[in-house]
Design a protein around this ligand. Structure first.
Ligand SMILES: [Zn+2]
Length: 99
């Protein structure tokens, strides 16, 4: 049990990882100073805008709709996803989520 070959082997991968890490770190560090320079002005953290593409998910050849559609308005009218319910912004229809 005095020999520890696995430990010696384990120390090799970090060496190669360290070689690639600085390059990745440099790429990540580049945008940071730009952000700091803008900090003087009031930078609003603006929400990631969701287009209609956010309502769909494609898996292979099939399209999945991420939100239910309104029963009153029909397909094309997605319902807003609230924590306990879905609502239609078009007609106001509300459907409560079943637990
Ligand atoms: Zn509706």
């Amino acid at each position: 049990m005095s020999k520890k070959p696995p430990v010696a082997k384990k120390e090799e991968p970090p060496a190669t990882a360290a070689a690639t890490a600085p390059a990745a770190a440099a790429e990540e560090a580049a945008p940071a100073p730009a952000k700091k320079a803008e900090k003087g002005k009031r930078v609003k953290k603006h929400k990631e805008e969701k287009g209609v593409h956010a309502m769909y998910r494609i898996e292979g050849d099939k399209v999945f709709r991420e939100r239910p559609t309104c029963e009153r308005c029909g397909p094309g009218y997605f319902m807003a996803d609230h924590h306990d319910r879905y609502t239609c912004g078009h007609c106001g229809f509300t459907r409560y989520k079943q637990k």
